[in-house]
Design a protein around this ligand. Structure first.
Ligand SMILES: Nc1ncnc2c1ncn2[C@@H]1O[C@H](COP(=O)(O)OP(=O)(O)OP(=O)(O)O)[C@@H](O)[C@H]1O
Length: 962
């Protein structure tokens, strides 16, 4: 039965972009019948396009989903339920509303849901309404054609399925997973699962644009449970990829490749339509693309097909809309030959067998007759023309009877055996479908120039080749993937190699830098050593200078000391002079001289035996008185000396006490000064310590000297006491002498007065004289010793005073040390000098040590760097070795990955039938309706049940509507 493709056109409302670009103005007008579309755009006004495009139906922008379904699709679903194949195509540019039409924006929304949900619902509604003696099996599959590869969306790992064709099934996709479904919800779930697996890539025109063709297949098998007859209707729901020109999508690179391939299948579709409609092509290029190959039956074959062309009403997409409308127009004239896909029941098969057996028996009888005739002819005999072997004669029919049976112009096909020849004689009804099978009628377009007998073999071979091709393609793809991975790996390795070489370079650079640094360090080290030596020399020079300065300082100190000693001596001499000046020895000497002169005169008088004159006596008396006065004076002086001695002793004690006080004060002050100095400058602590030590040494010396002096003074005091005693004794003696002199004078005076002899007087005088002389000598000696003693004492006192002065001076100096500016300056100067010297020395020492350290560090660094260089070289070598090892490992791993991949593929193939998410659909679920066979509820129900409600009607050809 021939039927044209139904083409409907649907316009969508202008989208945001179009509103923005053109203000939403529509350039489309549809006539009152709703069949002809006219475009008002510039391009459309030229040529035949200006006449408009007439379709089965043209839908306005505001057409409801239901309307499109009712007009364009419902009939096809009915036919599918009746065992016909059906196809619904959605064609149009990206964003023209294909998905909107096919699926709809919301499955659960009654108004908005698209064709596919409505089809699903209608199928199950029809099943529910069908009589219970018809058993249905509904199964679905979902695939995508992307980049000329068929991917199973319900088992996405199968991404390059081959297309097969055989006599029984026609064209089909091998190994495509199908799921049995028993409700719309299950269908939706499967669609969702498949939709998730779709390859979607955004383009500039529509963010949700799909650049793959999707094909949703619903197969409905209906089996009459009583007769066993079965028919199968397959519905293809095809959402084609965007038909726009590549330039407009802004596709480049990979997307451009995709677009080209997609366009290849779309242009193949166009070529097929052209070939089908131009009326002269003997070859239809179905095999040019996977899409046209799968849809071979839908285009010019065994299918009821509706093409929905989706268009934009805006001038912005005018050229795309025009090309879409032209496509629709061309497709409109395609003629299909839809037929029911029925399978023979056992009874039909039996009838067929019987017919074949009968034909065989007829042929056998005819052959036997012919052989008989041939035998006659061969033996030279002849057979009358009337007796020639014919089928009629073989079958025992009257002449012309066979023609009556098969009809005029019939073929030489043997007529059915007469009832007698049919054995049982049971009548088998004529089955047109069986006759078609017997006649080899095939509604599918046949491959030209291939003999029908060879066709099966040819298809088998083609299928095998298709399998091999798919396998090879998969292998190629895998290989390409592998190559890509290997390329990536190689690139990564190259990168790592280049980075390693860069690292190597940088390390080499670093190495050379390090070497340079090393050389520089060696050079610097040498220089430092030289500098150190020079510094050492300078240091020793400076140490010498320091030593000299110290010596000079000591000399200066000594000279200062000697100067002060000289001054001290001078001072001492002066003091001694002043002290000694106080001691009036001259008077005594004069008196002594006078006494001595008187004694000499007395001696002279005694020796001359002359009597002493009154003058002499008066003189003697006077001298005696004077002597007495002198003695008294001497006594006074002695007393005075004693007193002075006591005073001196006291003063000495005082001085000693003061010295002790001063010493303690000095110590305190020294400590204080040192502490102050230490606090003020801890760096000077060493110097202060030096000074302190020196001062302490000086102090110890002075203390020792003072103690020595004190002990000397004690000794001298003892001596003095002894001398005092001796002076006292002398004084006593002198007193005795004086008393004796007085007595002698009295005697003399009495003698003179009493008339004693001169001789006695002379003797007495002599005695007195001798005594006096002895006493004088004694006195002289004593005087000398006293003078010596006095001088010594004076010296000691002076020394003590000087020592005291010095101590005071020192004390003052110490005081000044903290106060005196000059001293401070001097001290500061000296300290500075000392500091500077110390600093210089320190610096030199530090420089020296730092240089030594630097040299040591440099040497260490050098060693470390050398080690690092060696390490780095070793690491580099290691890395290269590792790289090689890794390379080998990688290759091994790659090999194992390949093997595992192959294994996984194998397993996948085996397990592809198991889908955890869709585990409800792998078992056939026969569905039976609860509808009344005799009273169908609707036209559709009628359609779906006509077949089986009247068994005879099946064989009478419950044909699809044309
Ligand atoms: N008839 C319509 N009524 C209202 N909106 C529509 C209609 N047709 C399409 N649209 C809207 O236009 C936009 C694009 O539609 P859709 O996605 O169906 O285009 P498409 O042709 O399937 O695109 P693609 O080729 O990318 O799949 C969507 O937002 C959709 O809702």
């Amino acid at each position: 039965m021939s039927n044209n493709i139904k083409v409907v056109c649907r316009f969508r409302p202008p989208n945001a972009l179009e509103l923005k670009e053109t203000g939403g103005e529509s350039i489309v007008s549809i006539d009152a019948e709703g069949t002809t579309v006219k475009m008002k755009g510039q391009e459309s006004m030229k040529g035949p396009d200006s006449q408009g495009f007439t379709f089965d139906r043209a839908f306005q922008m505001d057409t409801k989903q239901e309307e499109v379904f009712e007009y364009g699709v419902r009939g096809i679903v009915d036919d599918v339920m009746n065992g016909y194949n059906g196809t619904v195509f959605a064609y149009g540019q990206t964003g023209s509303g294909k998905s909107h039409t096919m699926m709809g924006p919301d499955i659960d929304n009654n108004e908005l849901k698209g064709i596919i949900p409505r089809i699903t619902e209608q199928i199950f509604a029809s099943i529910m309404a069908s009589p219970p003696n018809i058993e249905y099996l509904v199964k679905v599959s979902y695939m995508e054609i992307y980049m000329e590869r068929i991917r199973d969306l319900l088992a996405p790992q199968n991404d390059n399925l081959p297309v097969h064709e055989d006599k029984a099934r026609g064209v089909y996709v091998k190994d495509l997973t199908d799921f049995y479904v028993s409700s719309s919800l299950e269908v939706y779930e499967i669609m969702r699962q498949g939709g998730n697996a779709r390859a979607v890539s955004a383009t500039n025109m529509n963010a949700e644009s799909s650049r793959s063709h999707s094909v949703f297949v619903i197969t409905v098998q209906a089996r009459h449970t009583e007769t066993g007859t079965q028919k199968t209707g397959t519905l293809y729901l095809v959402d084609l990829a965007g038909s726009e020109k590549i330039g407009k999508t802004g596709a480049t690179g990979q997307t451009l490749e995709e677009a080209k391939k997609i366009n290849k299948s779309l242009s193949a579709l166009g070529m097929v339509i052209n070939a089908l409609t131009d009326g002269k092509s003997s070859h239809i290029p179905y095999r040019d693309s996977k899409l046209t190959r799968i849809l071979q039956e839908s285009l010019g074959g065994n299918s009821r097909t509706t093409l929905i062309i989706n268009c934009s009403p805006s001038s912005y997409n005018e050229s795309e809309t025009l090309s879409t409308l032209r496509f629709g127009m061309r497709a409109k004239s395609i003629k299909n030959k839809a037929r029911v896909n029925a399978e023979l029941s056992p009874a039909e098969l039996k009838a067929l067998l019987k017919k074949a057996q009968r034909d065989h028996a007829n042929a056998g009888a005819y052959i036997g007759l012919l052989e008989q005739e041939v035998g006659i002819w061969r033996t030279g005999g002849s057979v009358d023309k009337e007796q020639w072997a014919t089928m009629e004669r073989a079958l025992g029919l009257a002449p012309g009877e066979l023609e009556k049976l098969v009809g005029p112009g019939g073929t030489a096909a043997p007529p059915p055996l007469p009832p007698k020849a049919q054995g049982s004689g049971s009548s088998t009804p004529r089955v047109p479908a069986l006759e078609r099978v017997g006649e080899g009628e095939v509604s599918r377009p046949m491959t030209p120039s291939v003999e029908r007998d060879e066709r099966e073999e040819w298809l088998r071979r083609e299928n095998d080749l298709g399998d091999q091709l798919a396998k090879a393609e998969s292998q190629v793809i895998d290989q390409e993937k592998l190559i890509r991975e290997l390329r990536d790996e190689v690139a990564a390795l190259k990168d790592s190699e280049s980075s390693a070489s860069n690292e190597n370079k940088s390390m080499t650079g670093e190495l050379s830098d390090l070497r340079l640094q090393l050389e520089r360090l060696v050079y610097e080290s040498k220089e430092a050593a030289i500098t150190t030596d020079a510094m050492r020399e300078q240091n020793s020079d400076l140490a010498g200078e320091l030593e000299e300065m110290r010596k000079t300082m000591n000399d200066l100190k000594l000279s200062q000391k000697s100067v002060s000693q000289e001054g001290k001596d001078k001072k001492k001499a002066e003091k001694m002079a002043a002290m000694m000046a106080g001691l009036d020895t001259g008077g005594m000497s004069e008196k002594e001289a006078e006494i001595r002169a008187s004694l000499a005169r007395l001696d002279d008088a005694v020796s001359a035996d002359r009597a002493l004159s009154q003058e002499d006596l008066a003189l003697l008396r006077r001298q005696l008185e004077e002597s007495q006065i002198l003695v008294r004076e001497q006594q006074d002086k002695s007393k005075q000396v004693n007193e002075e001695n006591e005073i001196l002793t006291r003063r000495k004690d005082e001085l000693e006490q003061r010295l002790a006080t001063l010493e303690s004060e000095y110590e305190e002050l020294l400590d204080k000064t040192i502490q102050d100095d230490e606090r003020a400058d801890t760096d000077l602590s060493a110097n202060v310590q030096d000074i302190k030590n020196k001062l302490e040494a000086q102090y110890a010396m002075k203390l020792e000297a003072a103690l020595n002096d004190a002990s000397d003074l004690k000794q001298q005091l003892e001596l003095k006491a002894q001398e005092n005693k001796s002076v006292t004794a002398t004084l006593d003696t002198l007193r005795g002498n004086h008393a004796e002199l007085e007595r002698a004078f009295k005697i003399t005076a009495a003698g003179i007065e009493g008339g004693k002899s001169l001789a006695e007087s002379a003797k007495d005088m002599e005695r007195v004289r001798k005594t006096m002389a002895a006493q004088l000598a004694e006195f002289d000696t004593m005087k000398k010793s006293l003078m010596r003693d006095l001088q010594n004492r004076c010296e000691k006192v002076v020394e003590l005073e000087i020592s005291l002065d010095e101590t005071q001076e020192q004390y003052k100096n110490v005081l000044k040390n903290s106060n005196s500016k000059a001293q401070q300056r001097k001290m500061d100067f000296l300290t500075r000098n000392l500091d500077q010297l110390t600093l210089v020395q320190k610096q030199l020492v530090e420089q020296n040590s730092s240089l030594k350290k630097d040299v040591a560090i440099a040497e260490r660094k050098l060693i470390a760097r050398n080690e690092r260089i060696q390490n780095l070289e070793a690491l580099l070598q290691d890395a290269q070795e590792k790289l090689n090892v890794q390379n080998l490992k990688f290759e091994e791993r790659l090999q194992s990955v390949r093997e595992r991949l192959d294994q996984a593929r194998e397993q996948n193939k085996n397990t592809s039938n198991v889908n955890s998410n869709l585990n409800f659909g792998r078992i056939a679920k026969p569905l039976r309706g609860g509808g009344e066979a005799a009273e169908p509820t609707s036209v559709d129900a009628k359609r779906s049940s006509t077949f089986f409600s009247r068994p005879g009607s099946f064989f009478a050809g419950g044909g699809a509507r044309s």
